[in-house]
Write a new protein. Structure first.
Length: 217
């Protein structure tokens, strides 16, 4: 049985570029060590940011080449904020900043209450002008969707408007939760896997992304 799962929703973008799929296969491998894992996460984040910024608006400008003056295009004053969900989301930040070095970085920390099972914010530090920026929330895994949906709500409470979610691997359950609770958020993912197991791990997934990033497994 295939591990892939098709999702037909206008707010879900599955990136099937051959380079992304190749790097993702190595990332999944249990024998891939922490150093290579970190490098792959960074590279995948860069490729994902390239796609996630496709709809950024351009403005005309004029430059003088060594030959003549010509009309070209630049980003139309677009301001970006990258918001990793702690801790695993940290692994994706550097890859995005390589592509968008002027972006500001905020941080959202969440934990799951053991009794209510609801996400609880324990840390939130955002750029002051968060409402004026295009937001890229980053987290390697979208499992149940609870943390991602909570992060979106926290950002909205702080005034954020344009929000995108970038995840390396998603479970159908997580996509369903984010689509249900965050109607105007676009989800970018490299793969939609089969399902969640009894411990809310994505199957086939890649294990615990935070542990593999930081060598704590």
């Amino acid at each position: 049985m295939s591990s892939a799962h098709r999702v037909d929703h206008p707010n879900v973008v599955v990136m099937d570029h051959p380079l992304i799929q190749h790097k993702l296969s190595i990332l999944r491998d249990v024998d891939t060590g922490a150093k290579e894992f970190r490098e792959l996460v960074k590279e995948l984040a860069t490729l994902m940011a390239y796609e996630a910024t496709r709809d950024f608006q351009l403005a005309e400008t004029t430059v003088t080449t060594p030959i003549t003056e010509t009309t070209t295009y630049v980003l139309a004053g677009k301001k970006v904020a990258v918001i990793p969900i702690l801790r695993a989301g940290l692994g994706m930040v550097e890859g995005i900043l390589q592509l968008i070095p002027a972006a500001k970085v905020g941080h959202v920390g969440l934990y799951r209450d053991p009794e209510t099972l609801e996400p609880v914010e324990y840390y939130c530090k955002l750029p002051e002008d968060i409402g004026e920026r295009d937001i890229l929330i980053v987290d390697p895994m979208l499992a149940t969707g609870g943390s991602a949906a909570a992060a979106v709500q926290f950002l909205r409470d702080k005034g954020a408007k344009a929000i995108n979610l970038l995840v390396l691997i998603a479970a159908p359950e997580g996509i369903e939760e984010v689509v249900r609770t965050c109607e105007d958020v676009r989800i970018y993912t490299c793969a939609v896997d089969s399902h969640l197991d009894d411990h809310a791990y994505i199957v086939p997934g890649l294990g615990d992304a935070g542990d593999r990033l930081f060598g704590t497994k």
